[in-house]
Design a protein around this ligand. Structure first.
Ligand code: 5AD
Ligand code: SF4
Length: 463
């Protein structure tokens, strides 16, 4: 799942003086954003309010990402900074509790406390529903580490999103339908940090979607590390696939847009492709990572398909939904990647034409098979290849955006713009569209004609 530094929307900080205050910092992918919201909801039940000022918190949680070395290392510098704050509050009537959650917590467990003794609790992603109880057990000098996979399903225990809290978070929402991954790509830590694939039931998902829409949510993005491998219990008690689930979700009152992220090519089945053909509510956008364009590298990555199979799959999806925007993830410099292999990736990109993409230098992750491979690619070669790859992807993204100039589209108004006279909307193809605030209010779908396009957004001037 694509990641960057993510933020959660927080309730206003006013009049919270009597309550305990939690500050949650979220790194990584959308699933961490979703998890942070659910942790905040669980903590609200035991009297915590979420705030946006770290220095005023009673509890600080760092929700972490382990996907690449850089992401994991950031956590320790952050913890070091918080240690100083914690020390300053040590003998006051407001001691500070510090927790690490997410994939670094899962992967490193007790090692985190050995490296940073200021940490009071370490909680893995499968135990978030027990956070209030774990917190109650935590005492100064007695850190608690909980990274076991719980026997119970955390989603049976986490509170459903509350109406008042959901309203404050806006008209778009994430909803986790599946966690974990059984694909074992040789570069990836996810099967180890998030565990094997677990799908929530259709009933649970539909209840949560209804709940979100009752609170004014209009667009839901279904989340999963391998979302199109979703195979939960259907409403009829039989096993369903994602295509069928999307069909059922399309009936939820108030919901006008559906998306899902992130998928594996091997799990794009016919029912899902049909959903793109038949469901208007399903937005014409597909994030389908390929990682590399050389069959030799795809094999070494254990991606379980060839470049040609990926191209044919995209062609099939395009026949079902000709206007679909394509997005992907790429890794450059996987061990053994030659200039010729890299050229095959560029060739594949030229052939597919991406609307948007994420690209990374290969990062060696301890415990994954990729870390054991010989002929690791030198850092300077990785950097040089990444620059070439990103130049091509940026060019394609700009071309894609420019193709909409003069065209009209429905956009969902999502949030205020930086300029108070503007609003930011979202196109069906996931582009940000900057419009004049007079076109409508947040939550409306309005039809606009695009006048300008840049690499990262579209604009409507003079509407
Ligand atoms: N090095 C670089 N990129 C990686 N990703 C996953 N593991 C690694 C790694 N070890 C990228 C993949 C994946 C995205 C979420 O992160 O492209 O699709
Ligand atoms: Fe990681 Fe591969 Fe699973 Fe994606 S499909 S989460 S890259 S192991």
């Amino acid at each position: 799942m694509p990641e960057g530094i993510a933020t959660t929307t927080i309730l206003p900080d006013n009049q919270l003086s009597n309550q305990k205050k939690v500050y949650i910092k979220t790194y990584g992918c959308q699933m961490n954003v979703y998890d942070s919201i659910r942790m905040s909801d669980a903590l609200a039940k035991v009297g915590y309010s979420e705030i946006s000022d770290l220095a005023d918190a009673d509890l600080i949680l760092i929700n972490t990402c382990h996907i690449r070395e850089k992401a994991a290392e950031k956590v320790y510098s952050e913890l070091g900074r918080i240690r100083k704050l914690k020390n300053a509050r040590k003998d006051t009537d407001r001691p500070l509790t510090l927790g690490v959650t997410g994939c670094v917590a899962q992967a490193e467990g007790i090692e985190i406390i050995k490296r940073e003794p200021a940490v009071d609790l370490v909680v893995g992603p499968q135990t978030y529903h027990r956070l209030p109880e774990i917190l109650a057990k935590t005492a100064p000098g007695k850190p608690v580490v909980e990274t076991e996979y719980a026997v119970e399903d955390k989603f049976d225990h986490l509170p459903l999103p509350e109406k008042k809290r959901t309203i404050s978070r806006g008209v778009t929402a994430f909803l986790t339908v599946q966690e974990g991954c059984d694909k074992f790509c040789t570069f990836c830590v996810v099967p180890y940090t998030r565990g094997s694939e677990v799908s929530r039931s259709a009933r649970q998902i539909i209840t949560e979607a209804r709940n979100l829409c009752d609170a004014g949510v209009r667009e839901i993005t279904l989340l999963g590390q391998n979302v199109n491998a979703w195979h939960g219990e259907g409403l009829d008690g039989k096993s369903w696939g994602l295509g069928q689930l999307l069909g059922e979700l399309s009936k939820v009152n108030g919901l006008v847009r559906l998306r899902y992220i992130t998928s594996h090519p091997r799990d794009m089945d016919e029912a899902l492709i049909d959903a793109h053909r038949n469901l208007d509510i399903l937005m014409p956008y597909l994030h389908l990572p390929v990682q590399a364009g050389s069959d030799k590298i795809l094999k070494a990555m254990n991606r379980q398909h060839t470049a040609q199979e990926y191209i044919e799959l995209i062609d099939t999806v395009k026949r079902a939904r000709p206007d679909i925007a394509l997005s992907g993830d790429f890794i450059v410099g996987f061990p053994g990647e030659t200039e010729e292999d890299f050229s095959a990736t560029l060739k594949l990109i030229e052939r597919i034409k991406y609307a948007q993409a994420y690209s990374f230098k290969y990062s060696m992750r301890p415990g994954t098979p990729g870390a054991e491979l010989e002929n690791q690619v030198p850092e300077d070669i990785k950097s040089e290849r990444l620059a070439r790859l990103q130049a091509l992807l940026n060019e394609q993204q700009l071309q894609f955006n420019e193709s909409f100039i003069g065209k009209s589209m429905d956009i969902l108004l999502e949030k205020p713009g930086r300029d108070p006279k503007q609003l930011i909307g979202r196109s069906p193809w996931l582009q940000s569209v900057i419009v004049d605030a007079s076109v409508g209010k947040i939550g409306d779908i309005v039809n606009v004609t695009i006048t300008e396009a840049g690499p990262n957004s579209l604009k409507v001037v003079g509407a």
